[in-house]
Structures are given as structure tokens and as C-alpha cells.
Write a protein that binds this ligand. Structure first.
Ligand code: NDP
Ligand code: DGU
Length: 278
């Protein structure tokens, strides 16, 4: 089982279902990512701030797959924003991963109070021009952050990786992204497991004979979003990728859409302090 790819705005193909590694312990990362690659994932999401890039890179290098068959994303830590600092931090990530080229590099949070994300983006544009990364994007960008970047810089982000799950759908942020050709990548796509008990999810899972996780992830996939579920449980790792042999009906989708309570799990990007994700 592998995931279909979707084209980003610069033509690079990204597997729609990727594997998340936030809170995967450094010493467990290589094995967990090897399990994910073995199960068929071809897209791994990490970040400098997860302190597990070394394990991700080791798994990608050891798995025996050609390098161009695995899509690797990492992210710039908040404390490394600024032009020169971002370029240095990128080299640290590249070294930790042990990979020559990173497929997608993201600004992890806008941190508007520091006002460095435009300058940081200029460094990202250089990395792209130099061929060190195949695509650049942002994460946790609200419409105002995205719109400022679009006004003041040259390269349109390929991706905006934001919190989206049944109880927190961020429709304004999704719309602002897609309207400008920026792909929406849903993080915490299962609501960290908390959204899976809702009747709208359990009833569909029962009817289709699939897991509640598969229902939530299929809801994202049918809406065209990229998803990066995380699990350290082998059976969940496998089933979270097995999303392409069943469909939700329009009624199923409408019932899950109706679960939006606009309550975040993570920090609010408008106010997240600079100390977040040091
Ligand atoms: N850019 C950003 O700021 C952020 C990015 N991310 C990225 O998104 C990824 C995913 O988000 P994350 O916050 O980890 O949350 P997820 O929504 O992916 O949920 C992960 C949790 O759900 C459990 N789980 C996984 N699959 C199932 C299933 N099928 N049924 C029931 N429970 C399940 C996991 O448990 P177990 O592991 O024990 O199986 C884990 O506790 C991250 O790993 C990271 O890569 C996340 C947060 C912020
Ligand atoms: O990617 C992961 C997220 O950004 C997460 O690391 C942060 O929201 C963190 O919990 C924080 O408090 O800063």
C-alpha cells in the first residue's frame, strides 16, 4: 500500500499521505520510520524542533529505497528565524538528516511578534534557487501572515501545514491557502486521537468496516488535503495509510464537517510566544 501523489504549485509531486514524527522519541525514531517505510509510506514529516531528524535520515538512508522515492520534510525552529541564521540552521538539519537535498522545508511558526518571517523566507528562496531544497513552504500561517508573504516576496509557498481535524477545521486559513495555490497539509489530522469517538465518525467506521482513524483520514483525503498522521503502533501505522479502497458518502462528509467546534489543540499562531519550539 502506498499513497497517490499530488502536484505542488512548482510541479513537485508529494505523497498525499505522509508519516508524522512529532513526539516520536529520538531513540525510537529510526525503527518507527523504518516500520512506516516498510508499510508503504513514502513521505516523512520531521522538524529541527522534534530532535529526531537523525533517526528519520538514518531510516531513509537504510531502507534500500532510491532517495527520490521518499519525500522528506523538515522545519526551521522558531529561534532560528532571520536570514543568516536560517541558512545556518538549514545546514544543521541537512547534516542531522544526512541527506544532500531536503524535499520540503517549512518555516515552523510565523512568530509575528518577532517579525522575521519575511526575511526568513528570503533565505528559503535562496535554498530553493541553490537546489538544496525541492520545495519551500510555511506552517501555522494564518491568512494575514500568508498574505503579507505573498505581497512582499517572490516565491509562493508550496504548502501551509496547519492544524486541521474534525473539531478544528480552520476554514478561513484553508481557503486563503488554496485560493493562492498553496496546498493545505493537515497536522494533528486525527485530533491526536481525540476526535475519533464522535458518533459521526464511529457510525461510518462501523458501516464501512474500517477504523475510526481511517474514516477521519479519508475525510481529509476526499477534501484534497495532504495528511501526516503519527503513530508508533504498527497496526495503526498500516491502517492509517490504507485509505484508497473505500469512499465516504456526501452525507458522511457533511456529518463530519458539522463537528467543527473551532477549538485548537495546539498554540494560536497569532500569539504563540517566541519560546515555542525553541
Ligand atoms: N507544524 C506543526 O506545528 C505541527 C506539526 N505536526 C505534525 O503532524 C503530525 C501528526 O500530528 P500529531 O499531533 O502527531 O497528531 P495525530 O492527529 O496524528 O495523532 C497522533 C495520536 O493519535 C494516535 N493514533 C494514531 N493513529 C490512530 C488510530 N488509527 N486510531 C486511534 N489513535 C491513533 C497516536 O497514538 P500512537 O502513536 O500511540 O499509536 C497518537 O497519540 C505530527 O507527528 C507532526 O509530524 C503536529 C503538530 C504541530
Ligand atoms: O510541530 C509541532 C508543534 O509545533 C508543537 O511542537 C508545538 O505546538 C509545541 O507543542 C509548542 O508548544 O511549541
Amino acid at each position: 500500500m502506498t499513497s497517490p501523489t499530488i502536484p505542488l504549485n512548482n510541479g513537485i509531486a508529494i505523497p498525499q499521505v505522509g508519516f508524522g514524527t512529532f513526539q516520536v522519541k529520538a531513540e525510537e525514531t529510526q525503527r518507527t520510520v523504518e516500520d512506516a517505510l516498510e508499510a508503504g509510506y513514502r513521505h516523512i514529516d520531521t522538524a529541527a524542533g522534534y530532535y529526531n531528524e537523525a533517526g528519520v535520515g538514518a531510516a531513509v538512508r537504510a531502507c534500500g529505497l532510491p532517495r527520490d522515492e521518499v519525500f522528506v520534510t523538515t522545519k526551521l525552529r522558531n529561534g532560528d528565524q532571520g536570514y543568516e541564521q536560517a541558512l545556518r540552521a538549514f545546514e544543521d538539519s541537512r547534516r542531522a538528516l544526512g541527506l544532500d537535498v531536503v524535499d520540503l522545508y517549512l518555516i515552523h511558526w510565523p512568530v509575528p511578534s518577532k517579525d522575521l518571517y519575511v526575511e526568513t523566507w528570503r533565505a528559503f528562496e535562496k535554498l530553493l534557487a541553490d537546489g538544496a531544497v525541492r520545495a519551500i513552504g510555511v506552517s501555522n500561517f494564518l491568512p494575514e501572515h500568508l498574505e503579507r508573504l505573498l505581497r512582499e516576496t517572490d516565491v509562493v509557498p508550496a504548502v501551509n501545514q496547519v492544524e486541521v481535524h474534525p473539531t478544528f477545521q480552520q476554514r478561513a486559513t484553508q481557503d486563503a491557502s488554496t485560493q493562492h495555490g498553496v496546498a493545505v497539509e493537515a497536522y494533528s489530522p486525527l485530533g491526536q486521537g481525540k476526535d475519533l469517538q464522535a458518533d459521526a465518525v464511529t457510525s461510518v467506521a462501523e458501516r464501512l468496516g474500517v477504523t475510526t482513524g481511517q474514516v477521519a483520514l479519508r475525510w481529509h483525503v476526499q477534501a484534497g488535503r495532504i495528511v501526516i498522521p503519527k503513530s508508533v503502533t504498527p497496526e495503526r501505522i498500516r491502517s492509517n495509510l490504507d485509505l484508497f479502497s473505500f469512499d465516504l458518502t456526501d452525507e458522511d462528509v457533511a456529518a463530519i464537517d458539522a463537528l467543527d467546534s473551532e477549538e485548537r489543540i495546539g498554540a494560536d499562531p497569532a500569539t504563540a510566544a517566541f519560546t515555542q519550539m525553541r
